[in-house]
Design a protein around this ligand. Structure first.
Ligand code: UM3
Length: 121
């Protein structure tokens, strides 16, 4: 069975960025499907971090600063693509809007590994 950390990597880490020539909307529509987030319902919001697995994992230790509870903010700025469902499409085919940015990211850590992406920073 997939661990929480493996699920986090599947849903939130894409490095190097897949099909970087695509615009953000096409990227989201492709990757939300390819990473298994559109099977039964369209996951409403999901952010992809374009950083290496070790660099993202390090947010929970020397690459991050403690925020609160089990949340840590990355020290590094990562390129990200934030995907958000276009109003209406709750079930497949899922239509997303995409937005790119470069920013620090906030994650929840369990046993020193990221398991959850925290929306705003
Ligand atoms: N989510 C993102 N990016 C956003 C907003 C929400 O990835 O900008 C995800 C994180 C959570 C879920 O999924 O939406 C609820 O906040 P996760 O637990 O699988 O990381």
């Amino acid at each position: 069975r997939e661990s929480r950390h493996d699920k986090f990597l599947r849903q939130h880490v894409d490095f190097p960025k897949t099909n970087s020539e695509l615009d953000a909307r096409r990227y989201c529509n492709l990757m939300m499907q390819r990473r298994g987030m559109t099977a039964t319902i369209c996951k409403p919001s999901n952010t992809f971090i374009h950083g290496s697995h070790p660099d993202v994992d390090a947010i929970c230790s020397d690459g991050g600063t403690y925020y609160t509870e089990n949340y840590y903010d990355s020290s590094a700025y990562f390129p990200i693509t934030a995907c958000r469902i276009v109003g209406g499409s709750q079930s497949p085919p899922c239509n997303y809007r995409g937005r790119t940015n470069t920013q620090r990211v906030r994650v929840a850590c369990i046993n020193g590994e990221p398991v959850h992406f925290k929306a705003p920073l």
